[in-house]
Design a protein. Structure first.
Length: 68
């Protein structure tokens, strides 16, 4: 149970994903040569994190006809 003022915002949930990527680029043929191939090759590594949050902002709506 959560109490929130009219127009106030609350976070009700969320998820996150994390990716790890390894990438190798090389010059064709030259990158495959044993020992010397390292001179014609590059390796990169990246980490990505994505987060999704769910926000809720309640608004009280009054019916003008019901108040009469």
């Amino acid at each position: 149970q959560v109490l929130v003022e009219d127009g106030g915002t609350v976070v009700i949930g969320g998820i996150y994903e994390q990716y790890e990527r390894n990438r190798t680029d090389k010059v064709p043929l030259l990158g495959d040569i044993p020992i010397l191939g390292y001179l014609f090759r590059s390796t990169s590594r990246s980490n990505d994190r994505t987060e999704l949050l769910v926000f809720l902002t309640p608004r009280i709506v009054t019916d003008k006809l019901a108040q009469r």
